[in-house]
Every structure is written in structure tokens, then in C-alpha cells.
Design a protein around this ligand. Sequence first.
Ligand SMILES: Cc1ncc(COP(=O)(O)O)c(C=O)c1O
Length: 378
Amino acid sequence: MKIEPFLTEQFFTQYEFSAPHLLASSDCETMAIGELLQMAGSTLDEFAKVTLGYTESQGDPQLRSQVAGMYTDIGKEDVVILTSPVEGIYLAMQTLLEPDDEVIALRPAYDALNNVARHLCREVIPWNLVARADQWELDFDQLESMIGPQTRMIVVNFPHNPTGFVPSAAEFERLITLARANDVWLFCDEIYRGLEFDTPIPSAADRYEKSVVLGGLSKTYGLPGLRAGWLVIRNATLRDELINWKHYTTICPAAPTEFLASQALLVKEQLASRSKSIIQRNLELCEQFFSRFPDHFTWRRPRAGSVAFVELNLLNFGFASATAYCHHLAQNDGIVLLPGKCLGFDDSFVRFGLGRASFQSALEAFATVVSEKHSVVN
Ligand SMILES: Cc1ncc(COP(=O)(O)O)c(C=O)c1O
């Protein structure tokens, strides 16, 4: 049975490993295995002792305890270790959704958060983030009007890819209250958690008994090649049903990944602050860049996370869509920006990724292109 194209991954597949300037990556700067082990006080010898047998389906108990420690009210029995973060989206949707269900999902969104549900159930109704002059906003009237008897699940992602939106504490509580009052599941993708620039947001796992929370080491901790992720599911029946689905996908986590994930969690604060300091520096570069080109871009500064969603004034670029421009830019100038259409939004937006050390040189290359090819006056 066919599923919609995974536009983000398809776009990256074309350019990610060939274009010299990546300006759209959502993960933060990574490191070598040796560097991680050294930071965590471990050694390659210890890593070499990891045996390559099957592991526990739910995940190594010690690793699950470490993950549980990242929440306030969660035990290791609530945690399921995955073979990649994205696997968690697939498993949760497969486990929870029936053909007659409706899902309400924040938009724009990482493709999997919409497409797997759309493949499985009657309808995925978009809950659109609203672009105000200089920031993104949630519209609760919109959400309330969409919840109905068929609503099985609300899907959100905070900090949000691609806008960098995070709800206020009051907005977060309002969302939980609405979900509880309507007895719907809340799938909360928290893979960018820990990248808040000021007040950390609570986890839905600690606030709502019918939440399914996704976490992982790919973004905040800069370790996407580890493929380390987890779900927090407090409902034991759902957890067992999900683990049954997992037997059909990956059975159990990879042993080397579990070892390295455990090491990474020993130094999680260090890893996150390393990412945050790169993002802060890149945000300052963004401020300078966007104030230099006010006729070309509308910049809404992200409140958290490693990405920003930027509107192009397409007339000044001479292109009909952001998608056409992004392909042109990658093919002719070797600069990769992700079209917002891949994330289900208007084709005049692009995603910037702020977590890489090479951001400055990529942005400088882009500034040259904008000023030389798109006739800016500065
Ligand atoms: C919001 C969100 N959820 C999940 C994922 C999946 O993470 P991974 O690629 O590490 O499986 C991504 C990756 O970009 C993402 O942005």
C-alpha cells in the first residue's frame, strides 16, 4: 500500500551529501565516537566489550532509568527504547489509529507526524500555526472547533520544527486540559527538548496520562547517526501493544547504540549546552543577515530549538515558489535550504537550520548570492 512521499527526506537525499553549504539541517553539530567516550569518561576498550547479541525489546533497563530521569514523574517501566526516533512516530500511529479515526495535527510539521496518520485513518485535520508579524502563535479557537467525537489524537511538536515555537506554560496547560476533557491521546514530539533559550518547557509525559512522548539524541544532543530514540508511554496496555508492533519493525534496539546512548546521557547537559552555544551564535548571525536583507525575507526569531522558518519575498528572488528557488540554489550555488512545502506549509517559506558549526560560512555564501544575484540594495 502506497504512502505519501516523505518530501523532507527526499529533498535532503538529493543534496545533503553533495552540496557544500548546508543551511537547513535540523540536527546540531555532531562529534566522533572517541570524543563522546572521552567526554563521558569512558574508553574505546569499554565500547569494544559490548556484545552483539539481541537486546531487551523494551530497551536496556539502565538506559531506560537514565531516560526516565529526564522527566519528573516517570519510571523506567514507562520508557520504550527505539531503534530511531522516527520509528516512534510510526509505532505510535500504528498502535493507536483505526480507519474511522480523526487526528488533529499541528502544521507545518515534520512529514512523518502527518503522513503516517493520514495513511492510517480517515482524516488528519491541520491545526495551523499562525504567522504574526514577528512571531508564531497557536490558535486555540481553531483547535477547539476541530475536536469532535471521532478525534482520537492531537499531534504536536514542542520545541517545534520548523518554527522554533514553544507554548507558554498557560498555553501548554490549556492544551492538556482540552485533551483530557475530550479524552483524546496527545502525541507530543519533544525531540528538540532541552533547546529552550530561556525557561525549559514541561514534558507532556509528566502532565498527561494519555500522552505519548517522543524523545531522542539526534537534535539537542547532536548524535543523529546514533539513531537513539525513545517513547514515554504511561498507559501499560498501550505500551504492550506498541511493543508488539515493534516486534514487526526492529524487535530490539542496537546494542552499540544503547551503550553509546547511555554514555551520552551521562553528559547530556554538556552536550545540550554545546548545541545551545552554537545556536546562540548562529542566531546573532541571522539577526545581522536578515536586517541586511529586509526586502527579501520575513524573519520570525525562534523561541527554542535548532531551526527557523523564514518567509521569502519571492518577487525579489524572481521565482514562483520556494521549492523552485531551493532546487535552483542547491544546484547552482551549492546552498541547501529546505522548502516549507516539504513540511506541509505555504510554498513561500524555507527552513534554516541553526545548529551547525559551519553555519557562518554557509550564510556568508548565501549572502553573496542574495546580494549579487537578487539585486539587493544594501
Ligand atoms: C520533529 C521531528 N521528529 C522526529 C524526527 C526524527 O528524528 P530522527 O531522524 O533522528 O529519527 C525529526 C527529524 O528531523 C524531527 O524533526
